[in-house]
Design a protein around this ligand. Structure first.
Ligand SMILES: Nc1nc2c(ncn2[C@@H]2O[C@H](COP(=O)(O)OP(=O)(O)OP(=O)(O)O)[C@@H](O)[C@H]2O)c(=O)[nH]1
Length: 419
């Protein structure tokens, strides 16, 4: 009898251990608030060529590196509550053993970003159709009167192009009235596209700081008010980078809202990208620090850090963002600070933007929800008023509806399709 009881006890213990092992193997997130991270792994996406056809899913067999687990890394746990006390020790040389494949798990392979705006510009045309059609209808009139020019001006202003750019466009068109009088439909369209492109800052540098350089990853902080689309943008950016063959680590430094970290983790999981997250209400700077350190040790191309965007007080925001940046830079320089703005908020967005630009040096704008507004001209005014280039635009809620901004393709979207 005693022997049977011992055998049953052994069986129960073995079963529990087996279940624990399975759970830990399934984890793909570094949590700074517990030490159950044995299964954490960092997968490096495959280079874009040769791409599998059809490019929908790919097996997990090639995961390459595994970051050191925070529970065994000395400065990890203290960093949760005292990031300023974290010593910026140079990251130890870590030989990362390959992670074991997880049979049956597949990651999505997002399409590469090249030409994405051209593919998505019909989304823009749909919400801008009145702008393009309105402008072309006026320009096609036989003899343009003062009333016509005023109508043009009003149409541009109504699309949030802004006064300075509207004046520039109208003046340049006025000097071409002789041309306008004889131009065909497609010629008028081309003329308008050219003038709109000219006010979209075609010479601005829109390179994203997401490239590995001098042995360090590109480090991107993503800032903006709640609901602007920050978390979604970080998730979509991860897809863009993975689609372009880059390796990525995500940092869920929006510890204010647990759902934001869950959301980010889900985005990461879909494309095999690791998310570093912390305790709800924990210190965002520690999470950002740990994410960047993980990226440095894992030798990834880019670390994308999502931040909380509570516009509580200006000084609170400045303190928080300043601290995140300062602490991150103990590990590696921040190469890009992207401000996410909701295009549907129009000029309000520009006012919000100013608060952020005072808190941290913003190097690029992401304008989201351009599919949901007829005021696509906001791109022009945001860039002009802030002097910061729009680098990415959001054109929908779909996972691949984020595109690198290209002035000419955007202007074509504003004017709409020919015919
Ligand atoms: N139509 C459309 N919706 C978008 C776009 N980008 C983001 N959204 C939606 O905007 C909503 C808010 O996005 P989030 O990413 O949660 O915003 P957030 O700034 O991270 O907000 P917090 O997490 O509260 O700080 C979500 O429903 C997104 O799907 C876009 O380009 N077009």
């Amino acid at each position: 009898m005693e022997f049977v009881l011992i055998a049953v006890a052994i069986l129960v213990v073995a079963l529990l251990a087996g279940v624990g092992l399975l759970v830990s193997k399934g984890r793909r997130t570094t949590r700074l608030d517990d030490d159950a991270v044995a299964g954490t792994r960092l997968t490096r996406p495959q280079p874009p060529t040769p791409r599998p056809a059809p490019p929908t899913t790919r097996p997990t067999t090639p995961p390459i590196t595994r970051p050191t687990t925070p529970s065994t890394t000395p400065s990890t746990t203290p960093s949760v509550d005292q990031p300023d006390a974290v010593q910026p020790e140079s990251p130890a040389e870590v030989q990362l053993p390959p992670a074991e494949p997880e049979p049956g798990l597949v990651f999505e392979t997002p399409p590469p970003s090249a030409g994405r705006l051209v593919r998505l510009r019909s989304r823009l045309a749909r919400s801008q159709s009145s702008l393009g059609r309105g402008l072309l209808t006026v320009l096609a009139r036989e003899k343009l009167t003062e009333d016509d020019w005023e109508e043009l001006e009003e149409t541009l202003l109504a699309a949030d192009v802004g006064l300075a750019a509207t004046t520039q466009i109208v003046e340049r068109l006025r000097t071409q009235t002789m041309v306008l009088a004889t131009a065909s439909g497609p010629e008028l369209r081309e003329l308008l596209v050219r003038e709109l492109t000219a006010v979209l800052g075609p010479d601005m540098d829109r390179t994203l700081g997401t490239t590995r350089s001098e042995g360090r990853p590109g480090v991107v902080l993503v800032v903006g008010v709640n609901g602007a689309g920050k978390t979604t943008t970080v998730g979509k950016m991860a897809r863009v980078l993975v689609g372009d063959g880059k390796s990525v680590v995500l940092g869920a430094a929006d510890t204010f809202r647990a759902a934001a970290a869950d959301q980010l983790e889900t985005w990461g999981e879909r494309v095999g990208v690791l998310t570093v997250r912390g305790r709800e209400g924990g210190d965002p700077a520690s999470v950002a620090f740990e994410a960047v350190r993980t990226g440095v040790e894992g030798e990834v191309d880019a670390v994308l850090v999502d931040t909380a965007g509570r516009l509580h007080t200006k000084s609170g925001l400045m303190d928080e963002l300043g601290k995140v940046k300062r602490v991150v830079e103990k590990v590696s320089p921040v190469t890009e600070v992207l401000l996410v703005l909701d295009a549907t908020t129009g000029q309000n967005g520009v006012v919000q933007a100013r608060v952020f630009t005072e808190a941290v040096t913003v190097t690029g704008i992401v304008l989201t929800k351009l599919d949901g507004t007829a005021k696509g001209g906001i791109v022009v005014s945001v860039q002009r008023e802030l002097g910061i280039p729009v680098k990415l635009i959001g054109l929908g809620e779909g996972p691949d509806d984020l595109a690198p901004f290209e002035p000419r393709a955007f202007a074509e979207g504003l004017v709409g399709a020919e015919g």
